[in-house]
Design a binder for this molecule. Structure first.
Ligand code: ATP
Ligand code: MG
Length: 371
């Protein structure tokens, strides 16, 4: 037997695959439109997008709480469209935790194991192990009503991991927590996922949370995946206006591709790293605020007038306008004066060129051709 070939096969197999999945509730327009993606085993995935874009619907389809209208869902290579929820190796942590208020911590976590008629000694061992994982050893006999929000959150996670499912789905599990606890739980959850090695699919509409926690992010809008990739891929190379605007702060302006490596915006031509577009093709340009550097007016690639300035602790947030009327947000450790004219400079790599209606495959191929 050829071992290397064998391990390649294992590596390539997706734990979840959506193939052209459409979901439509009654006569309403489709909530998910021909969605295809793959989830690899053991990674932390995040579904990110605004309210109503279909994040929870994707989780419900994976869990088996609802079925696709069209298309197929595969689990370890097997079509599972018609497999009921209780036969799937998937557990869900809901936004409101859905704990049983009349049961104590131990019984909340043991609930699913009791339904499976597991022996008491085994239940005890598993519950205690799950509690250790979420740092709640010793809390077995506490009532749920005597636990804080963060502790309830951990109980809900312990209940999801107790039977070691292959996938855990987490639907905005941190949204009820205050900012400090939320940040702590982000670190804990990420650490827990690494230790367990279980595939996590996490839902949030908070872009910073998605960037901080994920191996892979799917950015969703209006029932479609706009872009998928690592946090750095998506932050550094957004595919379109929606993604650029949704992920981080961006300067997005209209431009034109004059020729290979030359782009025009704000009434001027600039050197860029992009090629292979049509001459004079209209495009969107993105430059991140931290990629703009303040200079003396005569040393800048652009001259802009400072409109507002806010001190944000680490940097100043400076809002400027150029003569063509474009607004430019700058993050700088240098202070400017409101009303003064300053220069802005940036590297050719800081200019991100986005074509209209480019598919993810075309986009990826274009970026690969640059390197
Ligand atoms: N059972 C249902 N029947 C009819 N429409 C539904 C049903 N469930 C969800 N929808 C609709 O599907 C769309 C997507 O809903 P979904 O819950 O997936 O959004 P979401 O991305 O999770 O949003 P949020 O961030 O607000 O939780 C919404 O327009 C919603 O109204
Ligand atoms: Mg939702």
């Amino acid at each position: 037997m050829n071992l290397s070939t064998n391990s390649n096969i294992n590596k390539a197999e997706a734990i979840i695959r959506f193939d052209g999945v459409t979901k439509q509730y009654e006569s309403d327009p489709a909530v998910l439109k021909d969605v295809s993606f793959e989830i690899e085993r053991g990674k932390f995935y995040t579904l990110l997008g605004p309210s109503g874009c279909g994040k929870t619907t994707i989780l419900r389809l994976i869990a088996g709480f609802t079925a696709p209208t069209k298309g197929s869902i595969y689990f370890n290579g097997q079509m599972i469209n018609h497999i009921p929820a209780n036969k799937r190796q998937v557990n869900t942590v809901f936004q409101d935790y859905a704990l049983f208020p009349h049961l104590n911590v131990f019984e909340n976590i043991a609930f699913g194991l009791r339904i499976k008629k597991m022996k008491q000694a085994e239940i005890k061992e598993k519950v205690q192990e799950a509690l250790r994982f979420v740092n709640l050893s010793g809390y077995e006999n506490r009532e749920i009503t005597e636990m804080s929000g963060g502790q309830r959150q951990r109980v809900a996670i312990a209940r999801a991991i107790v039977n070691r499912p292959e996938i855990i789905l987490l639907d905005e599990p941190l949204s009820a927590l205050d900012l400090k606890l939320r940040t702590e739980m982000q670190v804990e959850l990420r650490e827990l996922q690494r230790r367990l090695g279980i595939t996590f699919i996490f839902v949030t509409h908070d872009q910073e949370e998605a960037l901080a926690m994920s191996d892979e992010i799917f950015v969703l809008s209006e029932g479609r995946i706009q872009q998928s990739g690592t946090p750095m891929d998506i932050y550094d190379e957004p595919i379109n206006r929606f993604v650029a605007d949704f992920i981080g702060e961006s300067n997005i302006v209209d431009g034109r591709m004059k020729a290979d490596y030359v782009v025009e915006f704000a009434g001027k031509s600039f050197e860029c790293v992009d090629k292979g577009l049509q001459p004079n093709e209209p495009i969107d340009i993105v430059i991140r605020p931290e990629d703009l550097e303040i200079t003396r007016p005569e040393d800048g690639k652009m001259q802009v007038r400072v409109e507002t300035q806010l001190f944000r602790g680490v940097h100043f947030e400076i809002q400027c306008a150029d003569e063509a009327g474009n607004k430019w947000l700058v993050h700088s450790t240098r202070k400017a004066e409101v009303g003064e004219t300053i220069g802005l400079t940036f590297d050719p790599e800081a200019i991100h060129v986005m074509r209209f209606n480019e598919t993810e495959e075309e986009f990826d191929r274009r970026l690969e051709s640059y390197s």
